[in-house]
Design a binder for this molecule. Structure first.
Ligand code: C2E
Ligand code: CA
Ligand code: CA
Ligand code: CA
Length: 280
């Protein structure tokens, strides 16, 4: 039995070593990907459901891996955060998004707002404000056209310095959206502590609306009411059916982001919509 145990331990060690090696390889690949331009942005339209017009986009990172194809953000953002690459990655995303917004501006399109996801780790270094002000200045963007999306679950917001950092970025005139609103344990506390302009209702709530769940309906209607009372914008995310659009509209939420209108598209895909009068 002792021998078997030893063999098993050796087996687990070998497997753990392999995992560690794979991780290191993935890390090195991601570092190279950032330098070599394999990270691209796709853009998902934010739509006004009253006229089907595009009123903004959210930039979503994609890793165009040479052999593995398109790697979704859920598979590399966490890694980037853990291995110290989120800062260069975040800066790259911000720069690309601002450059693209400027490009659409040059083409004569007034896209309302460009949403950019920010990781809590990006608030730690204290350099976010500098990156943001550089990016908007370099591209001639009105600060109010840029909206940073932060999740309330970002640990760093528990610290006053993260909050202060976000506040100082907001002082540039840049907007702040609370992403995945309602899913954290302290959503309501954040409303009073975290300065924000927009609440994004998480897809998890929207999905459950279909079943006529009274509690979910009450929560969603409350979020919309809170946003209205506080003078904030509200965006419903992850809508896949017109029935959901209709419900949200009846409750006063007309800004929709979801497959029902459009999936995340390439920049050219968005340009196509804009050239078509901005109707999705
Ligand atoms: P998120 O910020 O909540 O973004 C919305 C996600 O929901 C996107 O997934 C989008 O494609 C997806 N989605 C939108 N509408 C629908 C729908 O109707 N149905 C379904 N099933 N999904 C929908 P994506 O692009 O895979 O991004 C996942 C997450 O990765 C994002 O969630 C965000 O937290 C993170 N992320 C993406 N890009 C970046 C980035 O540049 N920086 C950071 N820090 N995080 C990013
Ligand atoms: Ca987001
Ligand atoms: Ca979200
Ligand atoms: Ca999310």
């Amino acid at each position: 039995a002792k021998q078997t145990g030893g063999a098993r331990t050796a087996f687990f060690e070998a497997e753990m070593n392999q995992r560690a090696e794979e991780r290191v390889q993935m890390e090195n690949e991601l570092r190279a990907a950032i330098q070599e331009g394999q990270i691209e942005l796709h853009y998902q339209p934010r739509v006004d459901s009253r006229d089907d017009r595009i009123i903004g986009v959210e930039a979503l990172a994609r890793w165009m891996h040479p052999t593995r194809g398109v790697v979704p953000p859920d598979e590399f953002i966490g890694l980037a955060e853990e291995c110290g690459l989120i800062e260069p990655l975040g800066k790259l995303v911000l720069d690309k998004a601002c450059r693209q917004l400027a490009e659409w501006q040059r083409m004569g399109f007034e896209l309302g707002v460009m949403g950019v996801n920010i990781s809590g780790h990006q608030l730690r270094s204290g350099r976010l404000r500098g990156y943001v002000s550089e990016a908007i200045a370099a591209n001639g963007i009105a600060p109010g056209r840029l909206e940073l999306e932060v999740t309330e679950t970002m640990l760093v917001l528990d610290s006053d310095s993260g909050m202060a950092q976000l506040q100082s970025v907001r002082e540039l005139g840049v907007k702040v959206a609370i992403d995945d609103f309602g899913t954290g344990y302290s959503s309501l506390a954040y409303l009073t502590r975290l300065p924000s302009d927009t609440l994004k209702i998480d897809r998890a709530f929207v999905v459950d609306l279909q079943d006529g769940d009274a509690a979910v309906e009450a929560v969603v209607r409350s979020i919309i009411a809170i946003a209205r009372d506080l003078g904030k914008g509200v965006v419903a995310e992850g809508l896949e059916s017109m029935e959901q659009v209709r419900m949200l509209g009846a409750w006063g939420c007309h800004v929709i982001q979801g497959y029902v209108y459009a999936r995340p598209l390439t920049a050219n895909g968005i340009t196509g919509i804009l050239l078509n009068g901005g109707i999705v």
